[in-house]
Design a protein around this ligand. Structure first.
Ligand code: CP
Ligand code: NVA
Length: 328
């Protein structure tokens, strides 16, 4: 078996193909048990700290429900609740929380904050999204692909849109580890950092993955099993709406793109999604830029191809697996 006890999860860079597959298998087993009404309480008596500098629906709720299912106590520490980095250093906060909690989740801006927490906490630290990576989302996405396709190695996966955000980065690393035929399809201005592509290519050599970075939609999308997109403007980048809309409009996932893919293609999105603009921020964008959909059309989002809500549910099962594997 695998012993991941005591390990952090900051990025999938630190996990081998086998370890990633193990976490997905464990998530699948825990999901099966939950559906069967079995609550094994693997984390009875544990305390989990959940630090959030940014809002969250899925990640927060996944950690809370997963912890409670397993008998652990989750404590939400929101922006404004603790002094983290403001009146108390990250290192000191980490050492305090590490004396009280068995594991710490961090969502926020700088990836350096999560690596510092990990350095000083003395207990497992899990990255629930930083500016650089969102590894727990990738585990949920891979479980979802496995459930729909039955395998991961060799999956033709196109990530379309902002090619240098946390999702593009983490999917590229994850896909290169598990051996996918992975494409970033984005305008040149938003291509991923070359140093990260080099890393992915090194992993790809071991797993026989293939990494393609292209601005050519037909090259990127033709025959793929998965089309994935994410918001054009990530949390904390709100000043970039105008520029991103200009750059990314041609990369909106629509039925034309779906029709270029394999006939059994699935559409994926980590959520939240701007498939229509019927929200307060959405209406502001609609007024200002005269568009009514952003990264994906409502038609695709609501179509039979979309598995976005399976991914959302799977956040809970995979986060549960991460906590059980690293704490038990
Ligand atoms: N996908 C995701 O991380 O969603 P939240 O921002 O709601 O946690
Ligand atoms: N790239 C997005 C992902 C949200 C889950 C963001 O960082 O806002």
């Amino acid at each position: 078996g695998f012993n991941l006890k005591g390990r952090h999860l900051l990025s999938l860079e630190d996990y081998s193909k086998k370890e990633i597959e193990y976490l997905i298998d464990l998530a699948s087993e825990l999901k099966r048990q939950k559906y069967a009404g079995i609550r094994p309480k693997n984390l009875e008596g544990k305390n989990i700290a959940l630090i959030f500098e940014k809002p969250s629906t899925r990640t927060r709720c996944a950690f809370v429900t997963a912890a409670v299912d397993e008998g652990a106590h989750p404590e939400y520490l929101g922006k404004g609740d603790i002094q983290l980095g403001k009146k108390e250093s990250v290192a000191d906060t980490a050492r305090v929380l590490g004396r009280m909690f068995d594991g710490i989740q961090f969502r926020g801006f700088s990836h350096d904050t999560v690596t510092d927490l990990a350095k000083y906490a003395g207990v497992p630290v899990w990255n629930g999204l930083t500016d650089k990576f969102h590894p727990t989302q990738v585990l949920a996405d891979f479980l979802t692909i496995f459930e729909h396709k039955g395998y991961l190695k060799g999956i033709k996966f196109a990530y379309v849109g902002d090619g240098r955000n946390n999702m593009a980065n983490s999917l590229m690393i994850g896909a290169s580890k598990v051996g996918m035929d992975f494409r970033i399809v984005s305008p040149k201005e938003l291509f991923p950092e070359q140093s990260l592509v080099n890393k992915a290519e090194a992993y790809a050599k071991e797993s026989s993955a293939k990494i393609t970075v292209t601005d050519d939609i037909s090259e990127g999308i033709s025959g793929v099993d998965v089309i994935y997109t994410d918001v054009w403007v990530s949390m904390g980048e709100e000043e970039h709406f105008e520029e991103r809309i200009k750059l990314l409009k041609p990369y909106q996932v629509d039925m034309n793109m779906i029709n270029m893919a394999d006939e059994d293609v699935i559409f994926m999105h980590c959520l939240p999604a701007f498939h229509d603009l019927k929200t307060t921020v959405g209406r502001e964008i609609e007024q200002k830029y005269g568009i009514s959909e952003m990264e994906v059309t409502d038609e695709v989002f609501e179509s039979k191809y979309s598995v976005a809500f399976d991914e959302a549910e799977n956040r809970m099962h995979t986060i549960k697996a991460v906590m059980v594997a690293t704490l038990q």
